[in-house]
Design a protein around this ligand. Structure first.
Ligand SMILES: C[S@@+](CC[C@H](N)C(=O)[O-])C[C@H]1O[C@@H](n2cnc3c(N)ncnc32)[C@H](O)[C@@H]1O
Length: 127
């Protein structure tokens, strides 16, 4: 299955790393909302190239990153191989989450992605 982000994965990765993505300036608010994660299993849903997953892992969370884009997951996995943080990355659809067992995480984070998923109510159901 090819997804919209597969075609722009390299561009999106550069955009995130360039720090010019407006959402990056709000990430600290996201982490304030999430609170302490150390030792807790957390899913980064629609994780993209893994920017939030890595920050969660650096705070001590056990992170599973899930995204529908194989290309972005491949970039995230390359980063994990180069700088291991113990993150597991999985290709899956956030609207069904068939790859994750029920209640295998304490919480789910979804940054800058619900606007890209037409059936976002399905995302809430699967979470
Ligand atoms: C703007 S990017 C955000 C990526 C990441 N959360 C971040 O903070 O950089 C939106 C992401 O949603 C993913 N996505 C879109 N539809 C999805 C779906 N149905 N299931 C899982 N991921 C999806 C895209 O592949 C893309 O990685």
């Amino acid at each position: 299955m090819s997804t919209a982000y597969d075609a722009i994965a390299t561009w999106y990765d550069h955009l995130v790393r360039s720090d010019s993505l407006a959402g990056a300036r709000m990430l600290h608010h996201l982490f304030d909302l999430i609170g302490p994660v150390s030792g807790r299993p957390i899913c980064d849903l629609a994780c993209g190239q893994g920017q939030v997953a890595r920050q969660l892992a650096q705070q001590g969370a056990q992170v599973i990153g899930v995204d529908i884009s194989r290309e972005l997951i491949a970039i995230a996995q390359r980063e994990e191989a180069n700088d291991p943080l113990g993150i597991t990355y999985i290709v899956d659809d956030a609207t069904t989450l068939t790859a994750l067992a029920d209640a295998c995480v304490d919480g789910a984070v979804c940054n800058l992605a619900l606007m890209d998923i037409p059936d976002f109510e399905a995302v809430f159901r699967s979470v």
